[in-house]
Design a protein around this ligand. Structure first.
Ligand code: R5P
Length: 291
């Protein structure tokens, strides 16, 4: 029998035990594992994240900038707070020594040749856990042809996520024929949150975005969208953050930039340090030109 240590005596009787609130909006009632995963995605010091989205191939094949993820993305991945991608690319290209959190694409089915809203769940929770994912992302097509099916994909993932402590990111997908109005985004984001998504990804709109973030009870990350000039993308990210977004989930505006490494660092300063657009753009140019 090993000799037992003496019982401790210092119980800190003059100090009360701290009860910490959780730093993310609407997330205080979640369980420890879910909060821990969210704390890997969102920086607890700033409450924000820069997610690098490279999952485009799941419905559109090798997009410009993603032809060779090993050559184009791996060098900039260390600058991202979180990498959002499919399990196929994760297993085939990303080394397991990469320890940043992974948000795994969990819905799919149709290609760009078909009706995009006709998605199903495309990943088993067990495989997501095996891959050590920090969250799962699912497309929700409010107003789309398969609206109900896509909402059902999300609620099923939320149920499985609650069982295993896996956060679900609802991605609001907007059909090309649909109007991007504040009312639409308030509706779409609120439905995702009401039905249990732990956070929501949506597009920025120049008027009324603050009402979208205010009426959504969980964190919103801003989607990037089509490539635009770097100064415009940085301005959009800055405005979204100032108007209540808890970060960005950008793809093309980072990996299609002339210097993706410079761009992701400038986006990082915008998100975490509130760097105004003109200064962030200057930072981008300096990094791009090797200054
Ligand atoms: C949504 O459709 C997918 O997650 C996309 O791959 C991602 O959101 C696109 O990012 P971005 O629009 O910034 O290129």
């Amino acid at each position: 029998m090993p000799e037992a240590d003496k019982e401790g005596k210092d119980f800190g009787l003059d100090k009360s035990t701290a009860t910490e609130g959780f730093f993310l909006k609407g997330s205080n009632s979640l369980d420890w594992g879910m909060k821990n995963r969210l704390s890997r995605i969102f920086n607890p010091e700033t409450g924000r994240t820069v997610m690098l989205a490279i999952d485009h191939g799941y419905f559109q094949g090798p997009t410009v900038g993603l032809e060779r993820i090993d050559l184009n993305i791996l060098p900039i991945a260390p600058y991202a707070d979180t990498l959002m991608l499919t399990r196929g690319i994760l297993r085939s290209v990303v080394p397991p020594s990469y320890t940043r959190p992974i948000v795994l694409r969990a819905s799919g089915g149709p290609s760009i040749l078909k009706e995009l809203s006709n998605e199903h769940i495309a990943v088993d929770m067990e495989d997501a856990l095996r891959l050590n994912a920090a969250a799962l992302a699912v497309q929700v097509f409010i107003g789309g042809e398969y609206e109900t099916q896509s909402v059902h994909n999300m609620t099923r993932l939320v149920d499985m996520g609650m069982r295993y402590g896996m956060p679900i990111l609802a991605v609001t997908a907007v059909g090309t024929d649909m109007k991007r109005s504040p009312r639409y985004f308030r509706l779409a984001c609120r439905i995702c949150a009401e039905l249990g998504a732990q956070y929501v990804k949506t597009y920025y709109i120049p008027k009324g975005f603050e009402s979208v973030t205010a009426s959504c009870p969980v964190p919103i990350v801003m989607a990037g969208g089509k490539k635009m000039p770097e100064i415009d993308a940085l301005t959009m990210a800055y405005n979204a953050i100032q108007e209540g977004a808890a970060g960005v989930d950008m793809g093309r505006n980072i990996f299609q930039a002339e210097s993706p490494a410079a761009m992701i660092q400038a986006v990082g300063a915008t998100v975490h340090k509130n760097l105004p657009p003109a200064q962030a753009h200057e930072m981008y140019l300096d990094l791009k030109n090797g200054k």
